[in-house]
Design a protein around this ligand. Sequence first.
Ligand code: ACO
Length: 443
Amino acid sequence: AKNVGVLAMEIYFPPTCVQQETLEAHDGASKGKYTIGLGQDCMAFCTEVEDVISMSLTAVTSLLEKYTIDPKQIGRFEVGSETVIDKSKSIKTFLMQIFEKCGNTDIEGVDSTNACYGGTAALFNCVNWVESSSWDGRYGLVVCTDSAVYAVGPARPTGGAAAIAMLIGPDAPIVFESKFRGSHMSHAYDFYKPNLASEYPVVDGKLSQTCYLMALDTRYKYEKLEGKQFSISDTDYIVFHSPYNKLVQKSFARLLFNDFMRNGSSVDDIAKEKLSPFSNLTGDESYQSRDLEKVSQQVSKSLYDAKVQPTTLIPKQVGNMYTASLYAAFASLIHNKHSELAGKRVILFSYGSGLTSTMFSLRLHEGQHPFSLSNIATVMNVAGKLKWRHEFPPEKFVQTMKLMEHRYEAKAFVTSKDCSLLSPGTYYLTEVDSMYRRLYSKK
Ligand code: ACO
């Protein structure tokens, strides 16, 4: 198969959200800490009727319907998630309900888990399958689904929730440049979920930031294959895994500093002058220097606005969606720029704590209906979905978190079944029975 990549996309996020500005005031944080300090606008969260299974049922069903894909045409289905609902039964098996109904049970693939990286592992599995001798001519399907929730404290405003479905096949408008891939994987305790009785992670926030930035230096692998020095100028857009926007700004600034250290073509004379006092820092010192962070953010601002800002809308509005965050950032780019993307190269940086990371490259083409960039933008309807949300006051958000803590690992309960805020076609949780079996309905 040739030009293998993403043919179609659909995104779903809960319509329930809390404004960061009101959350900031409620938490007693200083004004601007969440909005400017973290760079976040709003945060989506699941109420008691939604979870990672309902969100992915909605995203997958909607993708199949809106692009008129016969469920029999799916030959491989992979799920990326770090939200544990069951320690054995995969999320993929819940989603098989969609395909069983149509008589298709011949579908390979299960779940991939490692923090925010599982979606990328799932995507690579599908792309590799279509490119391999095992491919049977059918489509691959990937869904990234997560609900990111944190205990009360500084990490809480970096939550979020969403599911993204992607259809994989040949002759795609979003093509993988598979030879340009570089990974960095190692052992770190930056963010992990050792307490199986709680949905909340244990997080060393500062370490997770440093690990993320160190992992970014994977880009050197890219060079080995291209045979020349890689710089920011080689790509039109850069899409980052986005736990919160400030880290994305810092990451791009880090790439510009790397370019400077290696005399890359993206760095102009003014930037060179401002960065020169930092040229003797060791690697470790450069990760810790607050002055370097500030100066490199300042000198990278105009390039950031051109190459990164168009990718930031959904992560800023919805929050960290863990496995879906990177692909929601990419969806923001398609939403904002779909008519100008043909021929453009996009670099993506996927990061999962623990840690796993890969930088990879996509080449975009307009494609043919229904698998075209403009149709993907229409189907995703990002503006419409953002507009039809319901803002909850922080008190109600906190109440919801408490109820969900109580419900975690619980059995024998029925939910309120209140789907009044959900749009038609959305799946929702109605009951968890005495055998922990989860039951869903569709609005
Ligand atoms: N106005 C403007 N900015 C402010 C204000 C204010 N009133 N108050 C604070 N700030 C700034 C700080 O200066 C800082 O920005 P800087 O780093 O550019 O200096 C920023 O707000 C954050 O404040 P801190 O006090 O440094 O950090 P905090 O203790 O609030 O924790 C953190 C932030 C570490 C991101 C926390 O939210 C967290 O642990 N999140 C989860 C971990 C995470 O997402 N890691 C990323 C990779 S791993 C993953 O994807 C899960």
